[in-house]
Design a protein around this ligand. Structure first.
Ligand code: CP
Length: 304
């Protein structure tokens, strides 16, 4: 098996063999991620992190991954304190970070930002989320979570719930699910349905999907329930957000007879009540951990 990509921009750039390669390598990385083994694979290498939007999991798991591999990290986690405040544009900042590091991880509010930068710098670029666009490393850790929990990715039926309009995690994940021939149930308020252009892509890929609005009756027979947060920050009109806020919320009682794996990219707001956390099928914290071996596998594959 080999890995064909220089940059990690969109899950649509991945061949199935690339996905299989990263999922396999992540398994080998797990003892290092758990601090049971020490690695020097990336000794002397630096990862440049450029986060123009808030993040807890993606940034810290990338930093953890790089440091667990023996490397180190430079960069910023907000615009404040950088020359972005003086008017420096993304292109110039990326040129500078590329002089100081061996790969860039970029989170930005503008869709297409990572692709743009990957065409302008000489080092690998990883998209850590571009607006409502793509979040490919999240998709890989989502697949890894399902594989580690369920054993494999075949014959999967999955419900994607919540903000399917603005949620970049689901915009990425659906293309990987189509690759693995999963059946998808989209559950969202009418206002937050999956964008029509993505549904058209899924049809072209012969992906089987249904579109629903009510939650409980449509998650009874699925293998995975993938909850998402309503993305308040992406609504042009705050009044529109208030109309859908809190529309879906799962409690332990809702799930008492459920065998479905419950996932969430996090952060959660009110979609999953705290009493769910103790259920054996609640996977979202473990899912966040799996971001470390997945990102180690990616960094190991693209930083030479
Ligand atoms: N899942 C995810 O992207 O989380 P953060 O926004 O905290 O990075």
């Amino acid at each position: 098996m080999s890995f064909s990509l220089k940059n990690i921009i969109s899950i649509r750039d991945f061949k199935k063999s690339d996905v299989d390669y990263i999922l396999k390598l992540a398994e080998e990385m797990e003892p290092i991620a758990r601090s049971e083994q020490v690695s020097h694979k990336k000794d002397g290498k630096l990862l440049g992190v450029m986060f123009y939007e808030p993040s807890t999991r993606t940034r810290l798991s990338f930093e953890t991954a790089m440091k667990r591999l023996g490397g180190d990290v430079v960069g910023f986690n907000q615009k404040q304190g950088t020359s972005v405040q003086k008017g420096e544009v993304l292109y110039d900042t990326a040129q500078i970070i590329s002089q100081y590091s061996d790969a860039i991880v970029l989170r930005h509010d503008m869709e297409g930002a990572a692709r743009f930068i990957s065409n302008k710098v000489d080092i690998p670029v990883i998209n850590a989320g571009d607006g409502a666009g793509q979040h490919p490393t999240q998709t890989l850790l989502d697949l890894y979570t399902i594989k580690r929990t369920r054993g494999d990715l075949s014959n999967l039926k999955i419900a994607l719930v919540g903000d399917l309009k603005y949620g970049r995690t689901v915009h990425s994940l659906v293309y990987a699910l189509a690759m693995f021939k999963a059946e998808i149930v989209f559950i969202s308020p009418k206002e937050l349905q999956m964008p029509p252009e993505i549904l058209k892509d899924l049809e072209k890929l012969n992906c089987k999907f249904t579109i629903k609005e009510s939650l409980l009756e449509n998650i009874e027979d699925v293998d995975v329930i993938y909850m998402t947060r309503i993305q308040k920050e992406r609504f042009p009109d705050p009044k529109e957000y208030l109309k859908v806020k809190g529309r879906y919320a799962l409690t332990a009682k809702n799930l008492e007879n459920s065998n479905s794996i419950l996932m969430h990219p996090l952060p959660r707001v009110d979609e999953i009540s705290f009493d769910v956390d103790n259920l054996s099928n609640a996977m979202y914290f473990k899912q966040a951990f799996y971001g470390v071996p997945i990102r180690m596998a990616l960094l190991d594959s693209i930083i030479k």
